[in-house]
Design a protein around this ligand. Structure first.
Ligand code: NAP
Length: 409
């Protein structure tokens, strides 16, 4: 007897249509509007004029880029999280009709503006609270921010169900799985596979990887992404975070989740069914494709995206990941299997480690050992219990960051 793998994870075909304001444009709130996902979202919105009305755009500390984005999208409200950015934001928006606000409370208020779809694209655990605010309002959320699920997976998904919110997976691998599921609920799923490009260090020796510089880690062969996720990709931590994301999002058991290295980044996710059939999601490595899928869902938007030309690509190759050269992936898999609060600790320690690496304070090869040490210390300190709530997960996140900083000091 195969146990059901996918609990009701908030997917409900037609839900977005039902949540929409009717015949008018679909109302969007974009959290993380100035980032890589935010920019790609703006490209999709611009490709289908009249289909979307942008209610609010939110960024971290970049008031000028945010103002430019708000003007480009004709947003009603622009909010920068850093209160120090307020005067420059207000000045840059003068005469535009866009309302300006700043500070963490204003970010939470932006997240709950009436909207048909909230784009969750803030980088890191900073995205948890604003995205969760939208969950509590029962919004439909196109989720790129994997840290919501890695940091606070179980309580976050419980809240999604409790408040009648919905998650549309925007991360390319999860979006591919979502499309391959085609509304099925999972009892007959044998395996779910996420692919990884392998990043810039795919053919490097362990020694060379350990000594890699930020400049080397920030060159991704296939994807143009923000710095945190690009560094995570270079060490395959990103794939580990995505496994944890899939585990919570699709309620699939850890032992049924796999990773395949696929350097061409054309096949993004794959489901193997009990009868031996496999269904894969394919697309060019361009985030505008999964973003358009989420923005249009359940319809398809014609955004003029480049079509997939398999004859031109010619070769699709697959290999198993090398955990000896990429220990971060093994750590994330262990944290997922360990369950409870271990992914929360892993995510926090990794964010601190990446921040230190990007500012040249630790070597690339020090990231995984730091994460391992913090996970072990947190387990000894009893911090890895299942978070009782999203707030509890955020408090474990906070303590784990302090632990990581202490170790690094
Ligand atoms: N990029 C991709 O292709 C990709 C693919 C799949 C999933 N994802 C996930 O999507 C998320 C965003 O990735 P990204 O590559 O777009 O990152 P990014 O380029 O670094 O952009 C991050 C965005 O978050 C904003 N932000 C940061 N801290 C904030 C805070 N405290 N409050 C409000 N806004 C804040 C930033 O604003 P400022 O610019 O003002 O700091 C920026 O708009 C990550 O979780 C990533 O793992 C990304």
């Amino acid at each position: 007897m195969v146990t059901p793998l996918i609990a009701k994870a908030g997917f409900d075909p037609g839900a977005l249509a039902a949540a929409s304001s009717g015949a008018g444009p679909r109302r969007l709130v974009i959290l993380g509007a100035t980032g890589s996902i935010g920019q790609s979202t703006a490209d999709v919105v611009a490709a289908v004029p009249g289909r979307f009305a942008v209610e609010a755009v939110v960024s971290g500390r970049e008031p000028l880029r945010l103002a430019a984005m708000a003007r480009r999208l004709g947003a009603r409200l622009a909010v920068v999280a850093d209160p120090a950015g307020y005067s420059r934001l207000k000045e840059a928006l003068q005469g535009s009709g866009v309302k300006a606000a700043a500070g963490p409370q204003a970010v939470l208020e932006a997240a709950v503006q009436p909207a048909d779809l909230v784009i969750g694209a803030i980088a890191g655990a900073a995205g948890v609270e604003p995205t969760f605010a939208a969950v509590r309002e029962g919004r439909t959320i196109a989720l790129a921010n994997k840290e919501c699920l890695v940091c606070a997976g179980a309580p976050f998904m419980q809240a999604v169900r409790r408040f009648g919110a919905r998650i549309l997976p925007m991360d390319s691998e999860h979006n591919a799985i979502f499309q391959a599921l085609a509304g099925r609920t999972g009892a007959d799923i044998d395996r779910m596979t996420l692919t990884a490009s392998g990043g810039p260090f795919l053919r490097w020796s362990r020694q060379a990887i350990d000594a890699a510089t930020p400049a080397q880690a920030l060159i991704h062969p296939n994807w143009d992404m923000g710095p945190k996720v690009t560094v995570d990709s270079a060490g395959l931590m990103n794939k580990g975070l995505e496994l944890i994301e899939a585990h919570f999002l699709f309620a699939i058991a850890p032992e049924r989740l796999d990773v395949l290295v696929h350097p061409q980044s054309i096949v993004h996710g794959l489901i193997s069914y009990a009868d031996g059939s496999s269904v894969a999601g394919l697309a060019n490595p361009d985030m505008r494709v999964p973003i358009a899928h989420c923005l249009g869902w359940p319809e398809r938007l014609d955004t003029g995206a480049g079509r997939l030309d398999l004859a031109r690509i010619g070769e699709l190759t697959f290999e198993t990941p090398d955990l000896a050269r990429f220990p971060a992936l093994g750590l994330a898999i262990d944290a997922m299997r360990n369950g409870d609060g271990m992914p929360t600790v892993l995510n926090a320690a990794n964010e601190v480690a990446v921040e230190f690496f990007l500012s040249n304070r630790i070597a690339f090869g020090a990231i995984a050992p730091l994460v391992r040490q913090v996970c072990e210390e947190a387990a000894r300190a009893g911090l890895t219990r299942t978070p009782a709530s999203v707030a509890d997960a955020l408090s474990v996140d906070h303590i784990s960051r302090e632990m990581a900083r202490t170790v690094l000091a």
